[in-house]
Design a protein around this ligand. Structure first.
Ligand SMILES: [Cu+2]
Length: 467
């Protein structure tokens, strides 16, 4: 999270020092960032001006100007990423982090990127969505040889069109992307663009997925579908920072998907327009208001909305399994099963034995489970009213009247005006009126009227039981 200390001691300050020190060298000194905090936007110290983005739990890579060329230095290397407090993953990334730093340039900029490989195998970088000379496209074997371990390659091209892009390896892709190698790229428009609006806050992040067994540190790279960690910028809730905005701000959210499934990203309390893709800004005639945008594999979307409702608004993937963190093993559905007798027998043998979810899974969020070291809780995050019971791809957009322009710090929980929070009804409940035609005609009701609906559940034995 942002604080004044971060503003003074962040990546930008490091960059100022390093750029002056190596200004004469042939290779820009790499800038590293190992903290998972959301760093403040990097106001461009040189080159054409633009309104910078904020990378969720990430940062923007500083550059140096060398005779009119913007020079960046990316270092591909193993990193330790804290995915949420108490849970660290051993990933591969760039410049100390997974994902790598965001690269921000301006339409028309000539860009030179030095890529140093500190991995044990070759790599390359593909600049997803860019118009560039074919030989700069970064496809190992097709447009260049892989960058061998210990070597540095140079990519150079002009950022020809404004938009929302990303970068990732095109070498041993299955492994290197499963290990977290990816980064965001934003090309800002050079002048006022008819299809690109000015916004007050511009956030970006990449969707990623990992398969890391509870208690272990390294992703299983052979997994194709059954991932157990669903991440925004290699962070999982409650490790994902909130998106803090001022009331009536125009807000842009730039999202790219480098997982192997689609993610319907859903915002509460507001409607947004999809204003752009990695193909560029969308024509205005194609825009429609939505509250969920599906972001397919390999796609990028720009969502824009007016933050005109104060509050703490949930913002998450709408696939419920993607707002959960890893479970230790496959758990049968226990809803409706009375297994108290079984538990009593087992606890005689195993004192710590615990049964999951006979009322649902919400109990999981509050139980004090003995977890192996380095395990993210399955569903957690304390809100002002208790556990939020979420994990994975979940965060909160905090809209506040008193959030200062340019202030990205967390304002704390929303203070609801009196009488605006859902409350308990304490009167007497009337008997529900039953629909008289129920179960008549061609669909006669089975059993006695008023019979409870059946709850079918799978018992641990694998059989079925009614209740
Ligand atoms: Cu999802």
């Amino acid at each position: 999270m942002l604080s004044r200390r971060n503003l003074l001691g962040g990546a930008a300050a490091v960059a100022t020092a390093t750029v002056s020190k190596v200004a004469m060298a042939t290779l820009p000194e790499p800038v590293l960032q190992t903290r998972p905090d959301t760093m403040p936007p990097l106001l461009p110290p040189t080159g054409r001006p633009y309104n910078p983005v904020v990378t969720l739990n990430g940062w923007t890579l500083p550059w140096r100007m060398n005779q009119g060329v913007k020079e960046f230095h990316l270092v591909a290397e193993p990193v330790v990423r804290e995915m949420t407090p108490g849970f660290k993953a051993h990933l591969w990334g760039y410049n100390g982090q997974s994902p790598g730093p965001t690269i921000e340039v301006v339409e028309g900029d000539r860009v030179r990127i030095f890529v140093t490989n500190r991995l044990a195998e070759h790599t390359s970088i593909h600049w997803h969505g860019q118009r560039l000379p074919n030989g700069m496209d970064g496809v190992t074997g097709l447009t260049q040889p892989g960058i061998p371990p210990g070597k540095t390659f140079v990519y150079e091209f002009v950022a020809r069109r404004p938009g929302t892009f990303m970068y990732h390896p095109h070498a041993d892709e299955m492994v290197q992307m499963a290990m977290g190698m990816m980064g965001f790229w934003v090309t800002h428009p050079r002048t006022k663009h008819p299809l690109i609006d000015e916004v007050d806050r511009d956030f970006c992040f990449l969707l990623g997925s990992y398969d890391i067994d509870p208690g272990s540190y390294t992703p299983k790279i052979m997994t194709m579908l059954d991932f157990n960690l669903w991440a925004w910028n290699s962070r999982i809730f409650p490790g994902i920072d909130s998106l803090n905005v001022r009331h009536n701000d125009r807000v842009r959210l730039r999202i790219g998907n480098l997982t192997m499934t689609n993610h319907p990203i859903h915002l509460h309390g507001h409607e947004f327009l999809v204003t752009g893709t990695d193909g560029g800004p969308t024509p205005k005639s194609t825009r429609q208001y939505e509250v969920t945008a599906d972001i397919a594999v390999g796609q990028m979307r720009q969502l824009e909305f007016l933050a005109d409702e104060e509050g703490d608004w949930a913002f998450h993937c709408h696939k419920s399994h993607h707002t959960m963190n890893a479970m230790g093993h496959n758990v049968p559905t226990m809803i409706g099963v009375d297994h108290s007798g079984v538990v009593r027998k087992i606890t005689g043998l195993i004192p710590d034995y615990m049964v999951m979810g006979e009322r649902g899974m919400a109990d999981m969020a509050e139980m004090e489970m003995p977890l192996p070291d380095n395990t993210a809780p399955m569903m957690s995050g304390q809100g002002p009213f208790g556990s939020v019971e979420m994990g994975g791809m979940f965060s909160v957009v905090k809209v506040r009247k008193d959030q200062k322009p340019g202030d990205y710090s967390d304002p704390g929980w929303f203070k609801h005006p009196p009488g605006t929070v859902a409350y308990e009804f304490n009167g007497t409940l009337p008997e529900p009126a039953r629909f008289q035609a129920e179960g008549q005609g061609s669909m006669p009701r089975q059993g006695r009227p008023g019979t409870q609906a059946e709850v079918k559940v799978r018992k641990p034995s694998g059989g079925h039981a009614g209740h």
